[in-house]
Design a protein around this ligand. Structure first.
Ligand SMILES: [Zn+2]
Length: 272
């Protein structure tokens, strides 16, 4: 299927109307800016713990495995190989600009039974975008996932975990569901090792967790992804030894979803 975004992504630039408005209506724009920034604290652990649906708290017998920032031909295939060997499926939050360059990789991810989520078009903090840009790019990325894979994406995870009012509205318009994470592996750090990634991920209860890893090293173009890849076998073993299933978000029964009632009463023990 051809990859045809609904509109082109123009370079980041100053919007003339905003420049004029900033001079003429400073109070109004200050208010708008505060509204814009208000939900952005969602990435903070204390905020996420109070928002289990947004954190991706799910079925206590399941662990959601998620990978951000790809696809990247240098590393994503390695993750697909390892996940196939381990018999696990996952959710890959892709960037539109990366998927546009490597649509075959997007199709390969879905062909392996994994799902694609939207991580935006480019990896930029929504707080520093001009109004309208985040909306445009979420729509473009969602359309691209649909076009490449034939499947409408279900999930949106913003770069840096920063949600703004605009992105929340855009996500709703695209029928996406925002989801962050309950634990990450800090696999992007220079000192990360498979052991450190595993220890970080498992420092909190695994049952019902949504785990954040990266299937590429977007920040340095290096090979920091190897720490995440190396952590996978022991992570999956640990989960299985605890009787936990490992899979994508679509199988996770995320809080707030229709099947949440089935596990009412379990959640309080998962969020601390
Ligand atoms: Zn990211």
């Amino acid at each position: 299927m051809p990859v045809v975004p609904r509109m082109s992504v123009v370079p980041e630039m100053v919007v003339p109307e905003m420049k004029a408005g900033r001079v003429a209506l400073p109070v109004t724009l200050t208010g708008l800016a505060l509204m814009h920034a208000a939900p952005a604290a969602t990435w903070l652990p204390i905020v996420r713990r109070r928002l289990p649906a947004l954190s991706g708290v799910g079925d206590p017998g399941h662990v959601a495995l998620t990978f951000d920032d790809g696809p990247d031909p240098r590393s994503t295939p390695r993750f697909l190989d390892e996940l196939r060997r381990l018999g696990c499926q996952a959710t890959f939050f892709v960037l539109g600009e990366a998927l546009a360059r490597h649509p075959d990789l997007g199709r390969a991810i879905v062909a392996e039974g994994h799902e694609l989520g939207v991580h935006g078009w480019r990896h930029i903090n929504a707080l520093i975008r001009w109004p309208g840009r985040v909306t445009e790019e979420i729509g473009l990325a969602a359309d691209l996932v649909w076009s490449v894979t034939g499947e409408r994406p279900l999930w949106y995870r913003p770069p840096y975990g920063v949600l703004t009012l605009e992105s929340l509205v855009a996500v709703r318009r695209e029928a996406l569901r925002p989801v962050l994470w309950t634990a990450w592996g800090k696999d992007w750090t220079a000192s990360a090792t498979p052991a450190s990634v595993l220890a970080t991920l498992t420092s909190r209860p695994l049952g019902g967790a949504t785990l954040l890893l990266h299937d590429c090293d977007r920040a340095t173009d290096g090979d920091r992804w190897r720490s995440a890849l190396g952590a996978l076998p022991r992570l999956v073993d640990r989960c299985h030894a605890m009787g936990l299933r490992v899979g994508p978000l679509r199988d996770h029964g995320v809080a707030g979803s229709p099947d949440e009632e089935k596990r009412a009463g379990h959640e309080s023990s998962l969020v601390r």
